[in-house]
Design a protein around this ligand. Structure first.
Ligand code: ADP
Length: 601
């Protein structure tokens, strides 16, 4: 508490020192003005000379002002500075009273000086000036009364009357200083309590976010098994009734997964852990992909989706394609969800384009239910839905738009909405990306210009490759994962694709397997006992460099930490691609196929 109080008091001392520094200079100027007003140049016969008052004003005032000004500038906030200022201030009063010929009006300067000195809120500062004023009035009143009272015949005791008035003022000032100090102390107590409460609230919030993040992570792993297995089941022979059950399981699993992903994102944003990835991607291909991902309801509802990308040049940009896709899917998904009939128009055009950067404007217009004007303001807040009946009728958590807003702001953009109830809505956002300069790798299908596996992967990504790689010799896949249900699921998917799969459950065994056999692709869980995925990958690269592993397998990270920073971490560790759990059939198949094609080009 005393630290808070002292800090506050020190601020006041320094501020008041500065105020007096200015005041001293002004008073010096006033002293010169008073001297020249009351004591102009005098004539003595043929001589004209400057009155001694002028000299006293210039030199005496300068001396009185210079020490406190220097101390206020060089030693602000010190006790010695306050006391020097206080003494100089009342000496200025004496000087001005003398220069004005002891005019009674000038005595009010003393009252003003004490009032100003009280702004220090330090009663000790008033002690020395009080003694000086009393001594000055007494000494000058007795031996030189015209200097202080303006008349040579003043009573010797008049200084006592002046002292009583001064003490009366000081009594009032002391009471005020006492109250003010008491208020400062109570403010210090409140500030400390407030800081403690804020800290507790922040800690609790952080703990909550971390709990949510770890829960979401833990939930994703078993969900991986549920969704993956039902996906495999749906590919088997089923009668209509069984297929309906499996479809229901799949759609519920996917809805649950979306919910968990939203909560994970939300908690990451709250904990300040949302990190955007920086990777070059082709904008047109991303947009095509997004449009192709649009839900089946488009057909069910007979809504038309029109895309207007005509103004869009071919652009390779650097940014987080995964997050951009997430925002677009959320806005398009909402448009589909809240539109019963009519059209959804999807516009993308460059707002600002130069050789280094591009700012894109994305806009999604629908002819849906619209949003009432009074709800527009809170739409981008977490858990905000237009009303509760919306969540009952259409589902959703009210988190999508707030997550989208955070992502867009991380992309140096803004997001907004215009809507009319019953007519439709327009959601728009801007995002700024760096342009990837023309360092594209040659097309991997051109055998004369083969590129590295990594760049081939991104090229193939752009080319919408088919999954049919079964014509090549049976691909050898090594799965390194310690979770039995993940092992089972991934193995089923791999075998279902016609590839051969060996399974190990830690990094050491993975290295042993690679020493003894050639694998085209390693599916590498990042968190494994004995040797984790990152260390294992590093060791694989070391062994390739030493010639202990003949041909380089492509390495795909499998991890439940669906955070963008992790993707980069995997790539930095030397992995070629990344699949976050729970992976689905298509995703895993697509990733492995892509790498296999790249290897055989
Ligand atoms: P949710 O998961 O509930 O859809 P969002 O944050 O994406 O969460 O959306 C919040 C709310 O905003 C929705 O519940 C809905 O009330 C409203 N909303 C969003 N998009 C639209 C739209 N295109 N038309 C009408 N209402 C919308």
């Amino acid at each position: 508490m005393s630290a808070q109080f002292n800090q506050h008091a020190a601020t006041i001392y320094r501020r008041t020192d500065r105020m007096f520094a200015v005041l001293m200079v002004l008073q010096w100027a006033v002293a010169i003005a008073v001297a020249s007003w009351y004591s102009p140049s005098t004539w003595n016969g043929a001589d004209r000379s400057i009155h001694p008052h002028m000299i006293i004003a210039i030199i005496g005032g300068g001396l009185l002002a210079s020490l406190p000004v220097a101390m206020a500038l060089l030693l602000p906030g010190r006790s010695i500075t306050r006391n020097v200022i206080a003494v100089s201030q009342v000496l200025f009063s004496s000087l001005l009273i003398h220069l004005s010929g002891g005019r009674i009006e000038m005595h009010f300067h003393i009252f003003g000086s004490f009032a100003f000195l009280a702004s220090y809120r330090d009663w000790k500062v008033l002690v020395a000036p009080t003694l000086i004023v009393v001594a000055d009035h007494m000494v000058r009143g007795i031996w030189w009364p015209e200097s202080v009272f303006g008349i040579a015949t003043a009573s010797h005791w008049i200084w006592i009357e002046h002292t009583i008035w001064l003490l009366f003022e000081e009594l009032v000032l002391l009471i005020t200083i006492r109250q003010s100090v008491a208020e400062m102390r109570s403010l210090a107590v409140h500030t400390i309590q407030l800081e403690a409460a804020t800290q507790t609230a922040e800690d609790a919030n952080k703990a909550k976010s971390e709990f949510l993040a770890s829960m979401s992570h833990e939930l994703r792993t078993p969900l991986n098994g549920v969704i993956g297995m039902t996906e495999l089941l749906s590919e088997s022979e089923l009668d209509d009734r069984q297929r309906r059950f499996v479809d229901a399981c799949q759609s519920s699993g996917k809805a649950l997964l979306k919910l968990i992903s939203d909560i994970l994102d939300f908690s990451k944003i709250e904990a300040g852990h949302m990190v955007l990835e920086e990777r070059a991607f082709d904008l047109r291909l991303l947009l095509d992909d997004v449009v192709l991902c649009m839900p089946l309801q488009l057909d069910e509802k007979r809504i038309k989706l029109s895309c207007h990308f005509q103004q869009l040049p071919t652009l390779q940009i650097i940014g987080d394609s995964h997050r951009l896709r997430q925002v677009l899917l959320n806005l398009l998904g909402n448009a589909v969800k809240f539109t019963e009939h009519g059209e959804i128009r999807f516009y993308v055009h460059p707002q600002r384009l130069n050789s280094d950067e591009v700012t894109l404007l994305f806009s999604i217009e629908d002819t849906g239910i619209g949003i009432p004007p009074d709800r527009l303001g809170s739409l981008f807040q977490s858990f905000s839905q237009v009303d509760n009946s919306i969540s009952r009728k259409y589902g959703g958590t009210g988190l999508g738009l707030s997550i989208s807003k955070s992502i867009v702001e991380n992309m140096n953009g803004v997001i907004g909405v215009e809507s009319r109830e019953g007519v439709g809505s327009r959601f728009w956002f801007t995002a700024t990306f760096r342009r990837a300069h023309d360092n594209r790798e040659p097309h991997p299908k051109d055998p004369s210009k083969r590129a590295s596996t990594k760049s081939k992967t991104s090229q193939l990504d752009s080319a919408h490759i088919s999954f049919d790689v079964t014509a090549s010799p049976v691909a050898q896949i090594l799965l390194a994962d310690d979770n039995p249900s993940n092992q089972q699921l991934a193995k089923e998917i791999v075998i279902g694709c016609g590839w051969q799969c060996d399974v190990v459950d830690n990094g050491i065994d993975a290295l042993r397997a690679l020493d003894s056999k050639h694998y085209d692709v390693v599916l590498m869980d990042c968190q494994m006992p004995l040797l984790d995925g990152f260390m294992t990958t590093k060791e694989i690269h070391k062994r390739i460099a030493e010639g202990r592993i003949g041909s380089r397998p492509a390495i795909v990270a499998l991890t439940g930490n669906a955070i963008q920073g992790d993707r980069q971490r995997c790539l930095d560790a030397g992995m070629d691609d990344y699949v976050s759990k729970p992976f689905d059939l298509t995703q895993l198949r697509k990733t492995v196929s892509r790498l296999l094609v790249a290897q055989h080009c």
